[in-house]
Design a protein around this ligand. Structure first.
Ligand code: F6R
Length: 331
């Protein structure tokens, strides 16, 4: 289902990213020093108070260099924190540490979890913490972002299979506290199932932390690029969607060819993602660099769903490697 009813293309970014006006007001490239350090980018300021969201398509920013051993984190009330690590392994360790902090500090923590290749080392780190006895999952409630549709949980490409394999079966999380959208519901029940999943998140009190990856086309969860007004784009419900051509083509090798990739999926909507009390978004590799740059330095738009995180910028932390951050300076 294409909510815009319009055509979608493989082109990304969906606008002239490098020549548009706001691109002239980007970061100070001279301050960026690639190497074995962690960099913090003070991202564009988009006011967010958790109730009303104000969006201003203006961007200014600066880099602040930090040593990797530093525990200092730059916090500004209206800006995202963006940390660039020398490699993805370091970023995944940092992500696992932040998730572990939430599990330890929040009573009955509610986690929104992601799948895909990006968070696999994060889950490995969490499993290691559990095995060492330093992390208890018995009180954790998790809600996965998405699931292909239709798909059986016995299919090793299903996200239920992925989560059992990489996390759930290793950490003693009670089965009735680990929620994944069901890719086997009949088509006529899919919308109600998605709405029910959203009600479960709501009745649990919302998400304490949402872990995200980012698609090459800028998607978060399976909220795909679309033509849509911003007000609607930030309030999308959990629902069945039609997968974007870029998403299907990226999934094709894992499914053994494009013809085997489901055409649809169920996804938690932007409404719940943006309501999460903390958002951790991870991006690694050069093939994510355009999406990262458009999300952080372009205007907030439904055509780049991760750019919608700018509307709740003070709750969002980006963990990047050097390659995915490379376009932030127009290199
Ligand atoms: C998966 C999900 C997707 C992925 C994104 C990146 O639950 O929500 O948005 O995070 O497609 O996938 P990888 O990590 O495989 O590059």
């Amino acid at each position: 289902m294409n909510h815009s009813g319009g055509e979608r293309s493989n082109r990304f970014p969906p606008f002239d990213f490098w020549t548009s006006n706001w691109a002239d007001r980007l970061l100070l490239p001279g301050l960026y020093r690639p190497g074995g350090f962690v960099y913090v980018l003070v991202s564009p300021n988009f006011v967010a108070d958790g109730v009303s969201r104000s969006t201003r398509p203006e961007s200014t920013g600066s880099f602040i260099e930090m040593s990797e051993s530093s525990s200092r984190s730059l916090k500004l009330p209206t800006a995202s924190e963006v940390i660039v690590f020398k490699d993805s392994a370091s970023a995944c360790r940092a992500a696992a540490d932040r998730i572990a902090d939430v599990i330890r500090q929040v009573p009955c923590p509610k986690l929104g979890l992601a799948t895909g290749s990006t968070p696999i080392p994060v889950y490995a780190e969490l499993v290691a913490k559990y095995r060492s006895g330093s992390l208890d999952f018995s009180g954790v409630h998790s809600f996965n972002l998405d699931e292909y549709y239709p798909i059986s949980p016995l299919n090793d490409q299903s996200y239920r299979w992925f989560m059992n394999h990489h996390l759930f079966s290793h950490v003693g999380i009670p089965a009735n506290q680990a929620h994944v959208l069901d890719g086997t519901v009949p088509a006529e029940a899919a919308d109600e199932h998605a709405a029910q999943f959203e009600r479960w998140i709501e009745s649990a009190g919302g998400l304490d932390l949402q872990l995200l990856g980012i698609g090459r086309n800028g998607h978060i969860g399976f909220n795909e690029p679309e033509e849509m007004a911003l007000a609607k784009a930030i309030d999308l419900p959990t629902r069945r969607i039609e997968l974007h051509p870029v998403t299907r083509s990226d999934a094709a090798p894992a499914f053994g060819g494009l013809d085997h990739v489901p055409t649809h999926a169920l996804t938690v909507g932007t409404r719940q993602i943006l309501k999460a009390r903390r958002v951790l978004i991870l991006a690694f590799g050069a093939n994510k660099a355009d999406a990262v740059a458009a999300s952080l330095q372009g205007p907030p738009t439904a055509q780049v769903p991760a750019s919608l995180l700018q509307t709740v910028a003070d709750r969002v932390v980006w963990l990047l490697d050097e390659a995915s951050a490379a376009r932030l300076v127009g290199s």
